[in-house]
Design a protein around this ligand. Structure first.
Ligand code: RUQ
Ligand code: CUA
Length: 647
C-alpha cells in the first residue's frame, strides 16, 4: 500500500463518527482531493514535506541569492524561508549596510579599487569543514561580478568580513573550502591583466591572465587573513567552477576552463563571437593545482607581489608541476570531487557525458613525469584516456553533480531539464532520470559535497519557471524543487519560487549541526567583533556627552522605551548614537529608525549598534522602534531636535 493509500484508507476508516469533525475542519480528504485535483502521489508528497506549525525542519538550505547580493536560508523539507542574509547588498531587517556598524564591512572592506558597491553576484556558498564534513560554523560566498569573498558566521547568520581580490576583475570558481577550511579558494573567470592594469586585446595572450587565490582562513578569529593568502597565476583560459580534493586528493584543487581557444582575445576583430569562438576545441583543460606545493614555493620566496598579494608566477607553477592540465570535454561547467576524494566528475555543457577522472592515475602520471604534451605557456598536459576512470552518457547539457550516501551521483542536465541518478564507481547506464521545471543549473543533495553525504533530499535549482506560478509580469522567479531521493524512485515533492536574483549553488546541512546564539550576552555585544562594545552602557548609565561639535548619545533599549527618548543637538553637530539592547530574552528584538537619515538598525537582545551622522538639517525628527515588540510598541519612540544655527 502506498503512503497516500494508507492516508486515504485511514481517512475512510474514520468515516462515520469522525465525519462531523472533518466537516468542521473544512471537508474530508477525499472531497478536498477531488475539488483541488490532487492525486495520491500529491498527497504522498505533501505528507513528506508538510511541516505542522511548531515542528522544526531537519535540514537547512543555505542558498546563494545570485545578483540580489543576499543569501537565503530555507528550511527543508518544509521549504519555509527562514532568513535573508545581507552580504554584498544592504539588508534593512538585519540593519546591515543601513547606517550602523555593518557599514564598515559593506562599504569599507567591501570597496573594490576604492569604489563603494551596493550589490554582488553570489554564486557558490560553501560551508566550513572539519575533516571534509560540515561543522556548521561558517559559510563563505563569492561575488562573481566584483571578485570578492564574504565570511558569514553561522552563530548569528551575519556577514562578518568581505575580502576583495586585488588581482582579478571577475571570479567564479569559489568560494570553495579545503577539507579543514585552511583555505577558501577563489578562481578567476574572465581573464584580465592581473592587478587591474590596462592592456589592449592584442596583448591577450601575453598580458591577460587568470589566477587561483588561496585565501587563508583563521578559524580562531573567524576571519580570512589576507597577509597569509597567496595566488597561483593561470593562463587566460576562462577558468570556471572548482572543487577541492579530500582524503587521498587533499592538497589539490581542480578547476575547469572553457576558453582554451583564447577566443576572448579576438573579440571584435571580425572573429566569431565569444560563444562560438570559445566552443571550437573539442577539449578544454581541467586544471590540477597542487596547492600544498604552491604554499611551500611561496614560503621559499618564489612568489612575486601584485597589489600586496603573493603570486606564484605561471612559469614557476608550470615548471614545478604545481599546475598540470588534463584535457576535458568541450566547454565544461561542473567540477565535483566524489565524497571519498578518489574521483573528479566533470560535465561539459556541449558534451553529453559526465567524465570521471581518477585521482590516483593523475598522481601516478605526474609523479612518473608521463605527459602527453605541453600547452603554449609551458604547462604539462596529461593524456585524457590515461587519467580517466570512465564516462557516462547523461543527456543534453549536463552541468553539476552532487552525491548521496549510497554511491550515487546526481547530475543536473540543463537542456533536458532533468536530474540523472547514476553510479560513479560502476559507471554503468544511468539508473533513473527525473524531470524538473525548467533548465536546472546547480543541484545539491543533503551534505552532498561533504565527505559524508546524507542522501534523503536533493534540491534542484532551476533557472526558469515559465508556467509554474501565477504570473508576476515578465520577470519570473527562479524555481527551487525538492526531490526525495531516499527511495529507489526519485519523487519531486515541493516547489519554492525564488523571487530575488538568480540563485546558483547552495549547501544543505543537517539543522542540528548549526549552533546558533539565542541572544547576545552580556548586553552590549558588537556582533562584528563578538566583544562587548566600548560604547555599551547598562541601565542607569545612559547619557548625552558633548565635545565641541561632537555629540555622543549613550542609549539603552528595553520594552518599550529608548533611554534617553529625546535628544537635542545643534545644526551641524556630528551625532553618534551608541545603542545597547539590554534585553536578555529570546526574540525580544527592537529596531531603531529615524526620519531622513537612511538609518535602520536591528537591536536583537543584547546587541550593540552604533551610528554616526551630521545633523545638517534643522527640524524635529521622530525616531521609533521598527519591530512590533510589545503591546506598547507604538509608544517606543522619541524625538531628535536639531536647533537651527543661530536659533
Ligand atoms: S554556476 S549553473 Cu555555479 Cu555560477 Cu553553474
Ligand atoms: Cu521595540 Cu517596538
Amino acid at each position: 500500500m502506498t503512503g497516500a493509500a494508507l492516508i486515504l484508507s485511514l481517512g475512510l476508516a474514520c468515516e462515520g463518527e469522525e465525519r462531523e469533525d472533518d466537516d468542521e475542519l473544512g471537508g474530508d480528504l477525499e472531497e478536498i482531493m477531488e475539488r483541488r485535483g490532487l492525486t495520491e502521489v500529491d498527497i504522498l508528497a505533501a505528507a513528506k514535506t508538510y511541516t505542522p506549525s511548531g515542528k522544526l525542519d531537519e535540514y537547512v538550505l543555505l542558498a546563494s541569492g545570485g545578483h540580489s547580493g543576499h543569501v537565503l536560508v530555507i528550511g527543508v523539507p518544509s521549504m519555509r524561508i527562514l532568513k535573508y542574509v545581507g552580504v554584498f547588498s544592504p539588508e534593512p531587517f538585519q540593519g546591515y549596510g543601513m547606517g550602523g556598524l555593518g557599514d564598515a564591512i559593506l562599504y569599507g572592506e567591501g570597496k573594490q579599487r576604492g569604489r563603494t558597491l551596493t550589490w554582488g553576484d553570489i554564486h557558490h556558498p560553501n560551508l566550513s569543514e572539519t575533516n571534509g564534513d560540515y561543522d556548521g560554523e561558517f559559510m563563505f560566498v563569492n561575488d562573481k561580478a566584483n571578485s570578492r569573498i564574504a565570511v558569514i558566521d553561522l552563530e548569528d547568520f551575519m556577514t562578518k568580513q568581505i575580502v576583495t581580490n586585488p588581482l582579478l576583475a571577475s571570479s567564479h570558481g569559489g568560494a570553495i573550502v579545503t577539507p579543514n577550511t585552511d583555505y577558501v579558494l577563489e578562481v578567476s573567470q574572465y581573464a584580465t591583466p592581473l592587478g587591474g592594469d590596462y592592456a589592449p586585446l592584442s596583448e591577450f595572450q601575453t598580458r591577460y591572465r587568470g589566477a587561483a587565490t588561496f585565501w587563508k582562513f583563521d578559524r580562531a578569529k573567524g576571519r580570512i587573513d589576507p597577509a597569509r593568502s597567496f595566488s597561483v597565476e593561470l593562463p587566460p583560459y576562462a577558468q570556471d567552477i572548482s572543487d577541492a580534493g579530500k582524503f587521498a586528493s587533499d592538497g589539490y584543487v581542480f578547476v575547469n576552463s572553457w576558453d582554451t581557444e583564447m577566443a576572448a582575445g579576438k573579440l571584435g576583430e571580425g572573429q566569431p563571437v565569444l560563444e562560438s569562438g570559445a566552443s571550437q576545441n573539442d577539449m578544454d583543460y581541467l586544471h590540477v593545482i597542487n596547492f600544498k606545493k604552491a604554499e611551500s614555493l611561496v614560503a621559499e620566496g618564489k612568489a612575486i607581489e601584485i597589489n600586496g598579494m603573493r603570486v606564484l608566477p605561471l612559469d614557476v607553477a608550470a615548471k614545478e608541476h604545481v599546475l598540470v592540465f588534463i584535457p576535458e570535454p568541450k566547454s565544461p561547467h561542473g567540477c565535483d570531487v566524489t565524497p571519498d576524494g578518489t574521483g573528479i566528475v566533470v560535465a561539459g555543457k556541449l558534451d553529453t557525458h559526465a567524465s570521471v577522472f581518477e585521482f590516483s592515475k593523475i598522481k601516478d602520471l605526474i609523479e612518473r613525469g608521463e605527459f602527453a604534451s605541453t600547452d603554449p605557456y609551458g604547462v604539462s598536459v596529461l593524456d585524457f584516456q590515461k587519467a580517466l576512470r570512465g564516462q557516462v552518457e547523461i543527456g543534453l547539457g549536463p552541468l553539476h553533480t552532487t552525491f548521496d550516501n549510497t554511491g550515487h551521483a546526481y547530475t543536473s542536465v540543463f537542456l533536458d531539464s532533468t536530474v540523472v541518478r547514476w553510479n560513479y564507481t560502476k559507471l554503468d547506464e544511468p539508473i533513473q532520470t527525473i524531470q524538473v521545471q525548467y533548465n536546472i543549473g546547480h543541484l545539491i543533495a543533503a551534505e552532498g559535497d561533504s565527505a559524508h553525504p546524507q542522501g534523503q533530499w536533493l534540491m534542484a535549482m532551476n533557472k526558469m519557471s515559465q508556467d509554474r506560478y501565477v504570473s508576476t509580469g515578465p520577470l519570473l522567479p527562479q524555481n527551487f524543487q525538492l526531490i526525495d531521493i531516499s527511495g529507489p524512485t526519485m519523487q519531486l515533492v515541493a516547489d519554492l519560487p525564488i523571487g530575488l536574483g538568480e540563485p546558483h549553488f547552495a549547501m544543505l546541512i543537517k539543522a542540528d549541526k548549526l549552533k546558533t546564539l539565542d541572544f547576545y550576552k552580556p548586553p552590549g555585544i558588537n556582533p562584528y567583533t563578538g566583544l562587548r562594545a566600548e560604547g555599551a552602557v547598562a541601565p542607569g548609565q545612559e547619557r548625552v556627552e558633548r565635545n565641541g561639535k561632537k555629540v555622543d548619545v549613550y542609549m539603552t533599549v528595553i520594552r518599550s522605551h529608548f533611554t534617553p527618548s529625546t535628544i537635542e543637538v545643534d545644526e551641524g553637530d556630528e551625532v553618534t548614537l551608541h545603542i545597547t539592547s539590554v534585553e536578555q530574552s529570546r526574540d525580544q528584538t527592537h529596531g531603531f529608525a529615524i526620519d531622513m537619515y537612511n538609518l535602520s538598525l536591528s537591536l536583537e537582545p543584547g546587541r550593540y549598534e552604533q551610528a554616526t551622522f551630521i545633523a545638517d538639517t534643522p527640524g524635529v525628527f521622530p525616531f521609533y522602534c521598527t519591530e512590533f515588540c510589545s503591546a506598547l510598541h507604538l509608544e517606543m519612540a522619541g524625538y531628535l531636535f536639531v536647533r537651527p544655527k543661530g536659533g
